[in-house]
Design a protein around this ligand. Structure first.
Ligand SMILES: CC(C)(COP(=O)(O)OP(=O)(O)OC[C@H]1O[C@@H](n2cnc3c(N)ncnc32)[C@H](O)[C@@H]1O)[C@@H](O)C(=O)NCCC(=O)NCCS
Ligand SMILES: Nc1ncnc2c1ncn2[C@@H]1O[C@H](COP(=O)(O)OP(=O)(O)OP(=O)(O)O)[C@@H](O)[C@H]1O
Length: 199
């Protein structure tokens, strides 16, 4: 069986940036957050569930997801967030299974990138896990710059995720992305370990 590695990190930790490095090494990456947003548009059952729960405004008139509307509801209300997660996560798990089946047998391992790898339980579908970390202030600054949002908006999401302390207890490997040590070297070191597992 091909090894599946979960990779996670809090908002702004740089997990997507790290995954791009693994991709350069030829490792296929499943981006759960991106797939979640795609299937919220393309899966008719999921779409209907979202409209029922969060209203017609969840989609724009041209059929796109109204991220702002949904984020405004769920990141201010724990129960509403649990409802959204309950609709979306099982569909993402299914999509991951189908994707994994398309990977050629000569690929040494795959990565599943998910912001909520531990929170959603999706780490259980992986053999090992990596946590990408950075100090809270660095993460907040990055997201404010990347998304043009306020500190309070970033903190509202951070509050809905497990702390790095909690996640460190669950993760098998760590990547420090605080810009004090190059990420590329850390990725190469893990890549070699993973290749050796599979030999
Ligand atoms: C609420 C939505 C519409 C907001 O969209 P938006 O474009 O503003 O954010 P985006 O999806 O790019 O997420 C940015 C970051 O926010 C954080 N975040 C997103 N969803 C969640 C969530 N359900 N719980 C906690 N943090 C979250 C993550 O760090 C994520 O990487 C969107 O995030 C969504 O549909 N979320 C539900 C699906 C989900 O759980 N995704 C994350 C794991 S699969
Ligand atoms: N080592 C680094 N040096 C400089 N900028 C970085 C570094 N790592 C990440 N960034 C920048 O920080 C921002 C957040 O990184 P990225 O999108 O990879 O984080 P993420 O963990 O995937 O976040 P999210 O949970 O919000 O999806 C991006 O704009 C990225 O270019």
């Amino acid at each position: 069986m091909m090894i599946k590695i979960g990779i996670t990190g809090g908002i702004g930790s740089g997990k997507t940036t790290v995954c791009k490095v693994f991709e350069k090494l030829g490792i296929p990456v499943f981006y759960a957050d991106t797939v979640a947003k795609d299937i919220m548009i393309t899966d008719p059952v999921l779409r209907e569930g979202i409209i029922q729960t969060f209203g017609k405004e969840s989609y724009t008139t041209d059929g796109k997801l109204n991220n702002k509307h949904i984020a405004g509801i769920v990141f201010n209300d724990k129960e509403q967030l649990a409802r959204l997660n309950g609709l979306v996560h099982p569909a993402v798990f299914r999509a991951f299974d189908s994707w994994q089946k398309t990977i050629p047998a000569d690929i040494p391992y795959t990565l599943k990138e998910a912001a909520l790898l531990f929170e959603s339980g999706s780490y259980k579908m992986c053999d090992k896990s990596i946590l990408v970390t950075a100090p809270a202030d660095v993460k907040i600054q990055r997201v404010m710059e990347r998304d043009g949002v306020t500190r309070a908006q970033v903190e509202a999401r951070m509050d809905k995720q497990l702390s790095d302390e909690e996640k460190k207890k669950m993760a098998d490997f760590l990547i420090t992305n605080d810009e004090s040590q190059p990420v590329i070297l850390q990725v190469l070191e893990l890549h070699h370990q993973f290749i050796n597992f599979t030999k």
